[in-house]
Design a protein around this ligand. Structure first.
Ligand code: GMT
Length: 381
């Protein structure tokens, strides 16, 4: 199949999922066209059947806001025609499904029908999309897609609760390429980060309010009072600076490393003992899955889709959002007891296998095939 993938090319989970999906689909013989405003961060290699087409938005001083959706839909029209793209898989309802719908209508003028598969990732539904400003556009974009997927059952339920949806929503979870996390590094260079007697706790995100960064610092503050430990903070975002300030106020700056964005997640997870994800809401929690794939147990909140990924008292521990006391106790319990920690690490790895890329990507392929068939039948092609 010739598949067009539209995503945010950033470090966020949706961009990572879209990129890894495209890479795997290309390995399975499909031709993939990424259409976005920057080369996706995890797309290091453009291969014989992977292409990247950049969407340019010319700066025009008259426009207060440059019209990205317009540029994207025009680019989609051009790329579908030029490369005979058979199906568009868009990640995020707005603006991507919205722009794809316009492209679909423009292409119909030339008697071309390109079906749209929309994947909902969470922030487009729970944080942004539900805002009254966007709600009609999100509802419309979902209902006009030819197929819709959500990354967890929780996100599907939220979407059906918050919007007036007339389409079936298929749950296709986030996934993991286990081979990338079975790195087999013989030396993680752990010694560069911590002393032998220190445990390493890690958090990876885009440091937005929803991630509850102060909870992470406070949990670590409690832990390091009981156990020698270091905290690795990976990512960039608005709450990074306040977090650095909080560390200074608590007198723990020397025990906390702020990495910024990193393409070496696997290396950092390789030397981690515990992962923290106390988010306010999380449609799935890809970073927790990446941690588990590296054999790192997860202390998380029990919100959104996280309980579908992290199993309480098996791959880690779950607590109510904001329950820093319980999360700290669980972290200390796991880190103090070497036998328990070793068991949790093994379980975390086993749990991650449920989300093996080789089981999940065929689910998308099946959706593409069914959608194409249904659309062609209804158009009598
Ligand atoms: O977590 C983020 O803030 C990034 C965000 C995104 O939109 O890229 O991630 C969302 O999509 C990921 C991939 O499906 C999910 O694993 C994350 O849980 C989800 N984030 C939230 O729901 C907050």
């Amino acid at each position: 199949m010739k598949i067009g993938i539209v995503c945010y090319p950033t470090f966020g989970g949706s961009g990572v999922v879209a990129t890894e999906l495209g890479l795997e689909l290309s390995k399975r013989g499909h031709t993939i066209h990424f259409i976005t405003y920057n080369q996706p961060v995890r797309l290091e290699l453009l291969g014989i059947n992977i292409y990247y087409h950049e969407v340019n938005v010319p700066e025009y001083p008259l426009f207060h806001y440059q019209p990205y959706e317009l540029a994207l839909s025009s680019k989609l029209v051009d790329m579908v025609k030029l490369h005979d793209i058979e199906i568009l898989h868009v990640h995020y309802a707005i603006p991507h499904a919205y722009a794809a719908y316009m492209a679909q209508k423009m292409l119909l003028e030339d008697n071309i029908y390109v079906p749209i598969v929309t994947t909902l990732h969470g922030t487009d539904i729970t944080l942004v999309g539900n805002h009254p400003f966007y709600k009609p556009a999100v509802t419309f974009s979902i209902n006009k897609s030819d197929a819709v997927t959500a990354v967890s059952k929780s996100l599907k339920d939220d979407t059906l609760r918050l919007f007036n949806i007339k389409r079936e929503i298929n749950v296709v979870t986030n996934f993991i390429d286990l081979s990338k996390f079975n790195h087999g590094f013989t030396d993680c260079q752990r010694a560069m980060m911590a002393n032998d007697n220190e445990k390493i706790i890690t958090h990876i995100s885009n440091f937005r309010e929803v991630k509850r960064i102060p909870d992470i610092i406070n949990i670590f503050y409690n832990v390091q009072k009981e156990i020698p430990a270091k905290l690795m903070m990976v990512g960039e975002g608005p709450d990074r600076e306040p977090a650095e300030r909080l560390c200074r106020e608590l007198g723990i700056s020397d025990k906390v490393v702020f990495f910024g964005n990193s393409n070496e997640i696997d290396r950092i997870l390789c030397f981690s003992d515990l992962f923290l994800l106390p988010s306010e809401t999380e449609s799935f929690g890809l970073s927790a899955l990446e941690a588990m794939a590296s054999g790192v147990p997860v202390i998380s909140s029990n919100t959104g889709g996280i309980p579908e990924v992290n199993e309480d008292s098996f791959s880690g521990y779950l607590s109510n959002v904001g329950d820093v006391t319980e999360m700290s106790k669980n972290a200390i319990k796991a880190l103090k007891d070497e036998t328990l920690l070793a068991k949790l690490k093994l379980n975390a790895k086993a749990q991650a296998q449920k989300f093996d890329i080789h089981n999940i990507v065929p689910q998308y392929e099946a959706i593409y095939e069914k959608t194409l068939e249904t659309c062609m039948n209804s158009l009598n092609i």
